[in-house]
Design a binder for this molecule. Structure first.
Ligand SMILES: Cc1cc2nc3c(=O)[nH]c(=O)nc-3n(C[C@H](O)[C@H](O)[C@H](O)COP(=O)(O)OP(=O)(O)OC[C@H]3O[C@@H](n4cnc5c(N)ncnc54)[C@H](O)[C@@H]3O)c2cc1C
Length: 431
C-alpha cells in the first residue's frame, strides 16, 4: 500500500505528527525499529502500558536503513519491507553525546541515556553505587530514577551550572512547567540525600576488569582540572547532551546547520519543512529540546504535511519551548578544556581502538584539517558504530566545530544494520 505520509520514528514527535496528519484525513504509515511506540521518552518495559498509538498503519520492528527519493515520492527501505509514500516526516530523535576520558571504555561506564534506557525499558539498575556526571538537565532525571530504583548515588557531578538560566529570564518564565519539573527532581534528590555538585565532573575511570572508582575534578571556567578526588563506585552514568540522529535527512540531501549546543541538526523552516520538497522534520532531528518541544513540532509537521495549518497557540508554544531549548544550550555548553583530561593513550574511537595520540598526529603531522580527513587517515568512525559515538569528539580534536566537519562524519548510506538475508528477501519481493 502507498501511504500519503510515512512518519519515520514513533517517539513523541512522530506520534504527534502521525496523529495530526491522520486527523487531517491523510493515510499515514508510522514506522519504528522498536517493538513499541514511545521513543526514548515513553520507553516502557515489555507488557507495560505505552502511549496511545494513533489509529494509523503502525509498523513496529521496522528498522529503516535507507530512504530514497523516487519519481512520485519516497521509498523507505526497512529490514521488513518497503514503504512508499508521497511525503515523509522524519522524527528519528537523538542519542547520547559522549566525551572520551581515560578509562571510559571500562565495563561499568554507561552513557546517562543508556543507564536510563536500561532502567525504564528493562528494570535493570546499572550498579549498586552509581556516580552520575556530565552536563545538562538530563542528569537529574537519571539520578532520580536510579535512586528511586534502589541504587546509591554518591553524587551528581554537573560540569556546568544551572545558574546560567538566570541570564535567560524570559525563556524560563515562559516555561513554568520546566521550572516545576526541575524543582521536582531536586526535591527527590534531597529526599535521597544526593548532592548536585556544580563545576565538577568525572575526568577518569579506574578499575581492573571493571569499574572500581572514578576521579572527580573541580573545573575552572574552561573545564580545565583545578582539583581532584577519587570516589569508589561500581557504575558511572555519564552524558554531555544529545546528538541528533541525522542519517535519513542526510541520505535525502537535507540542509543542516550547527545548533547552539554544537550539534549538527537538520534545518526546518517555520512549517517544519526540510530543504528537500516533500520532507518534513520534527523533534530532536532538528534540534535537541526535550519531549514537549518534540510533541509540538510533530503536531505542526503533521498538520502541514496533510495540507492543513496549525493555530497560533501551537506556534507560540513552539517559540517558547525553542527559546527555552536555546537557553538550556547556552547554560550547559561543552567547554574546550575537556581535551586536557585526555592523554595520548585515551581511546577516542572504541570500535577501531584509535587513541587520542593518533588523532592528534593526523592533524599535526599528516596535515588533516577536517574530521573526515582524520577518519580516512587514522580510522576513527570507521568501525561498527560508524562514528555515532566518537564523531563529535573527533571533530573537536581536529579543530573548531563546523557544520561541514560534523556532516562529513554523520553521513551514513546505511542508517541501521541490515542482514544480507533481509536484503535478499526484499530484492526478491521487489525485483
Ligand atoms: C537514551 C535516552 C533516554 C532518555 N530518557 C529521558 C527521560 O528519562 N526523561 C526525559 O525527560 N527525557 C529523556 N530523553 C530525552 C527525550 O527522550 C527526548 O527529548 C524525546 O524523546 C525526543 O522525542 P523525539 O520524538 O524527537 O525522538 P525519540 O524519542 O528519540 O524517538 C525517535 C524514534 O525514532 C526511532 N528511530 C530512529 N532511527 C530509526 C531508524 N533508522 N529506523 C526506525 N526507527 C528509528 C527510534 O526507535 C525512536 O522510537 C532521553 C533521550 C535519550 C536519547
Amino acid at each position: 500500500m502507498r501511504a500519503d505520509i510515512a512518519v519515520l520514528g514513533a517517539g513523541p514527535a512522530g506520534l504527534a505528527a502521525a496523529a495530526a496528519a491522520h486527523r487531517a484525513g491523510a493515510r499515514v504509515t508510522l514506522v519504528d525499529s522498536a517493538p513499541r511506540a514511545g521513543g526514548q521518552y515513553w520507553r516502557h518495559r515489555p507488557g507495560g502500558t505505552g502511549p496511545r498509538t494513533p489509529p494509523v498503519d503502525f509498523r513496529p520492528g521496522h528498522a529503516i536503513w535507507h530512504v530514497e527519493r523516487t519519481a512520485d515520492g519516497f521509498t523507505t527501505h526497512t529490514n521488513a519491507g518497503e514503504i512508499r509514500s508521497a511525503t515523509v516526516i522524519v522524527a528519528t530523535g537523538a542519542y547520547d553525546r559522549q566525551l572520551p576520558f581515560p578509562g571510559w571504555t571500562l565495563p561499568g561506564v554507561y552513557t546517562a541515556g543508556g543507564a536510563q534506557a536500561l532502567l525504564k525499558g528493562h528494570g535493570v539498575v546499572v550498579g549498586d553505587r552509581v556516580v552520575v556526571a556530565g552536563t545538562g538537565p538530563f542528569l537529574l532525571p537519571v539520578a532520580t530514577a536510579l535512586a528511586a530504583a534502589g541504587a546509591r548515588v554518591p553524587g551528581v557531578f554537573e560540569a556546568g551550572s544551572p545558574l546560567g538560566f538566570a541570564r535567560h529570564p524570559a525563556a524560563v518564565l515562559r516555561n513554568p512547567a520546566k521550572l516545576a519539573e526541575g524543582a521536582g527532581y531536586v526535591r527527590t534528590l534531597r529526599r535521597h540525600r544526593i548532592r548536585v555538585h556544580t563545576g565538577q565532573t568525572v575526568v577518569a575511570a579506574h578499575g581492573g576488569d571493571r569499574l572500581e572508582a572514578v576521579t572527580v575534578a573541580k573545573l575552572d571556567a574552561a573545564w580545565r582540572v583545578v582539583a581532584e578526588r577519587d570516589i569508589e563506585c561500581d557504575a558511572l552514568a555519564v552524558g554531555y547532551g544529545f546528538t541528533p540522529q541525522l542519517e535519513i535527512p542526510l541520505q535525502l540531501g537535507c540542509d543542516t546547520h550547527l545548533d547552539a549546543d554544537g550539534s549538527l541538526v537538520a534545518t526546518a523552516d517555520d512549517e517544519q519543512r526540510a530543504s528537500v520538497a516533500g520532507v518534513y522534520l520534527a523533534g530532536e532531528v532538528c534540534g535537541v529540546g526535550g519531549a514537549q518541544l518534540s510533541l509540538v513540532e510533530g503536531e505542526i509537521a503533521g498538520r502541514h504535511a496533510a495540507g492543513g495549518a496549525p493555530g497560533g497557540k501551537l506556534l507560540r508554544r513552539r517559540a517558547a519551548l525553542r527559546r527555552f531549548a536555546a537557553a538550556m544550550h547556552r547554560t550547559y555548553p561543552v567547554r574546550p578544556g575537556w581535551q586536557t583530561w585526555l592523554d595520548d593513550d585515551t581511546v577516542v574511537c572504541r570500535c577501531e581502538e584509535v587513541p587520542v595520540g593518533e588523532v592528534r598526529r593526523a592533524v599535526s603531522e599528516l596535515g588533516a584539517s577536517e574530521p573526515r580527513a582524520v577518519k580516512l587517515l587514522v580510522r576513527p568512525g570507521m568501525g561498527l558504530c560508524q562514528g555515532r559515538v566518537c564523531g563529535y569528539a573527533t571533530a573537536c580534536l581536529t579543530g573548531p566545530l563546523t557544520a561541514a566537519g560534523l556532516r562529513g562524519l554523520a553521513a551514513r548510506p546505511i542508517a541501521q544494520p541490515i542482514t544480507l538475508a533481509a536484503l535478499a528477501e526484499q530484492q526478491l519481493e521487489e525485483p
